[in-house]
Write a protein that binds this ligand. Sequence first.
Ligand SMILES: [Zn+2]
Length: 386
Amino acid sequence: MKFTRRTLLKFAGIGTVAIAMMPRVAFAARNSLRNVRTGIQPGNKTRLVIETGARPSYSISYPTNQLVVTLSNTAANASLAPSLVAGSLVRAITQVQSGDKLQIIADLNHPINEIPRDNILLLTPNGDNDYRLVLDFTAAAGAPVAATATSAPSQQASAPSRKYVVVIDAGHGGKDPGCIGKGGTQEKVVVLAVAKKLKNKLDAAGFQTYLTRSNDTYLKLAQRAAIGEKKHADLFLSLHANANPSRAMQGFSIYTLSEKASDEEAAKLADAENAADKIDVSGFEQFDKDIRIALSSLQQHAVAEMSVEYANGAASAFKRAKITQQPGPDVRHAPFAVLRSTVPGALIELGHLSNAAEEKLLKSSSHQDKLVAAIVKSVKAYNFDV
Ligand SMILES: [Zn+2]
């Protein structure tokens, strides 16, 4: 049966009632539109998120003052009221069903240029979210962004609206002590203590958390990453403490995954942390290989971008808490095996056990609380909703 009528569903923002007379969809749509929303990202970027039940096949076009995303083999959603934030470039969203194609038409306040590939992400389902096509864009040069209030300002909720899943990985464990301070403090002990405190605080803040280990157990790095996958984590945090040949070196540092290290020091650190796997050869090598094959380059890009977003926020939270920072960039990148998964995340070196003063701090409950408070802030500030 042929779909003969163009269906036009017009929405102008939050609270607008959708037209209820949606003709029956006369084709067997492979995909369905679940949600459309906008947001504002740092740098005055407008973010348009299109959520679909299955992996979308799409094309993007740029008519004057519009952004049109065409989804093939997708059914419109008559009951959907897109959530549009005030101040973004999008002032209205329209769904147009034409045959088996669904067009999402965003009416814009200002012209935009073609969106660079780097600003188009396709994210796979996690938690309550389905597939999400995420487009970030700004007004074309010369076009100022006008503040348009098409809807109530988005609420800055202090508690998350659904339970986001955070997996907390205390590094090392069992026969692998990690690094050891001059005073005999073992990395595996310090990071487990911080991980447990962090779990309590995040649970209290409304997150769903899991520890990769809750006692002095040895786990391979890929097993840790696999726990993040199995729990459908939204965020994976691996906690470590550092050692440096220079006993004067101190401070925290934050890392995300990249196949190429951002600097020599980051490369050495990844080697040191990855060496944990050389202690035991049984088990999970295949997982790492499988997960890397499963990750498309676009997904890898999305996971990397979200990880860096989190890591930047974490570095800010640590600095605001006046926790000493290791000299160097806020966020570094290196091939950490524990971060190889589809879950965005970061590896946090809480401080240097090789520095006498910091070894004392890392052992102290009050400093651990300070570290935990900064991490909790960074998790709350992280934008889970893309
Ligand atoms: Zn470590």
